[in-house]
Design a protein around this ligand. Structure first.
Ligand SMILES: Cc1cc2nc3c(=O)[nH]c(=O)nc-3n(C[C@H](O)[C@H](O)[C@H](O)COP(=O)(O)OP(=O)(O)OC[C@H]3O[C@@H](n4cnc5c(N)ncnc54)[C@H](O)[C@@H]3O)c2cc1C
Length: 359
């Protein structure tokens, strides 16, 4: 329980999804005192995501943005968190792509011959592992150096760790109780800075709603396939990602026009439709979830300092790639906050300063 007398901290973080969790971890590593305020929303993106990390993406099979810089930091950070929390969350996983026609096969072959991609394309893949569970497809490709991080488990365990250390206030942040001049004051807390890691909710955040969020809703199923033990991720119109023995995460839909963040019948039917095209085996739906991704117009993260209030910051816009982006970007953000290092131009919210209209 947090006491009612004044508490001084270096930073207050609002939101404990993967962004807030890794921001806290990075600042603590640098010896800072940090408190998180989080409302534990069950439909947050991190709690619904598969945590897949895919080095090669899209219809042209191109390398994911800055993958070679992001991946080593991700691996190291998740391994450190596994140690701290005594959990297993990081798993190297190859990714199968179904190539459904000659055009896709040609694009694949062209890319796999590129020496810059030699670390990622497996020669002569077969889908033996999927064996009797899969419908037949003309051809498949296989990508190595992918991974899966159980980020929903990570944030739950980190939450327990924060509660034990009295570093979490489990409630909704009340904007009207915030004082920002000259110091951050919020209820009984005072701080040097406040960092918003509030995910898709940031599009209603009075300080940062000027940023061009273009959020999308994703739905996912958890299914069980009896007598199966698939280790690799299968990617076609949806991804099938192994979770626990015989259990798989299936997703995700991508909806730009939605009412709220709850699961829908339409979303479930869409996912089942794709699944039925891929799987021959019978499966059982165990769970159905939905959340809103904090996606941005230019598909790049949103990090940096508020244009006017210089003790307010944002770490957001992780879009569809929170698992790979959050570790390296929380390091960048810490160096920016504490050591005055500059952020990469593509992620710095300065790029949108013209959109800010002073109140
Ligand atoms: C269906 C689906 C599948 C996905 N699959 C993948 C994948 O395979 N790989 C991948 O890398 N990414 C995936 N993503 C994207 C990934 O989930 C996001 O990039 C990431 O989780 C965003 O993390 P975040 O911390 O910014 O936001 P969130 O996870 O949404 O966290 C925000 C937190 O802030 C809290 N909060 C918000 N407002 C307040 C407030 N006012 N007061 C207190 N607390 C507040 C919320 O409760 C929440 O805990 C997927 C997303 C979806 C929806």
């Amino acid at each position: 329980m947090i006491s009612h007398s004044k508490i001084s901290v270096d930073s207050i973080i609002v939101g404990q999804g993967i962004a807030g969790t890794l921001m806290h971890f990075a600042l603590k590593k640098r010896g800072k005192k940090v408190i998180i305020i989080d409302n534990h929303h069950k439909g947050s993106a991190t709690k619904v995501a598969a945590g897949g990390i895919n080095p090669i993406t899209g219809k042209r099979y191109v390398k994911s943005w800055r993958f070679e810089e992001l991946m080593p930091v991700a691996k190291e950070t998740y391994r450190a968190l596994e140690q701290l929390l005594d959990i297993a969350i990081f798993k190297d996983r190859n990714i199968f792509r179904i190539l459904k026609n000659a055009g896709e096969e040609n694009t694949w072959l062209g890319r796999s011959g590129d020496p810059l991609y030699s670390d990622y394309f497996v020669e002569n893949p077969t889908v033996n592992e999927f064996g009797e569970h899969l419908n037949s497809f003309p051809s498949v490709g296989e990508i190595r150096n992918g991974a899966q991080v159980n980020i929903s488990h990570l944030v739950e365990k980190y939450r327990a760790h924060l509660l034990k250390n009295e570093e979490l206030i489990s409630e909704s942040f009340e904007f009207e109780k915030l004082e920002i001049n000259p110091k951050i004051e919020y209820k009984n807390l005072e701080a040097e800075r406040l960092i918003f890691c509030d995910g898709a909710a940031s599009r209603n955040n009075p300080f940062f709603k000027y940023l061009p969020f273009e959020v999308s809703k994703g739905e996912a199923l958890n299914i069980k396939i009896s007598n199966s033990k698939l280790e690799k991720i299968l990617r076609h119109k949806v991804s099938i990602v192994p979770t626990t023995p015989e259990n798989y995460w299936v997703g995700a839909s991508n909806d730009w026009d939605f009412v709220d963040d709850t699961p829908t019948q339409k979303g479930k039917e869409e996912l089942e439709g794709y699944l039925n095209q891929i799987l021959k085996s019978k499966y059982q739906i165990v769970d159905h979830k939905a959340a809103i991704r904090p996606t941005v117009k230019d598909r790049r993260p949103l990090l940096g300092k508020h244009p006017v209030h210089h003790n307010l910051f944002i770490f957001n816009g992780l879009g569809t790639k929170g698992a790979s982006l959050a570790p390296a970007l929380s390091e960048k953000m810490s160096d920016f906050l504490l050591n005055k290092k500059t952020l990469w131009e593509e992620i710095d919210i300065k790029r949108y300063e013209k959109l800010y209209l002073p109140q």
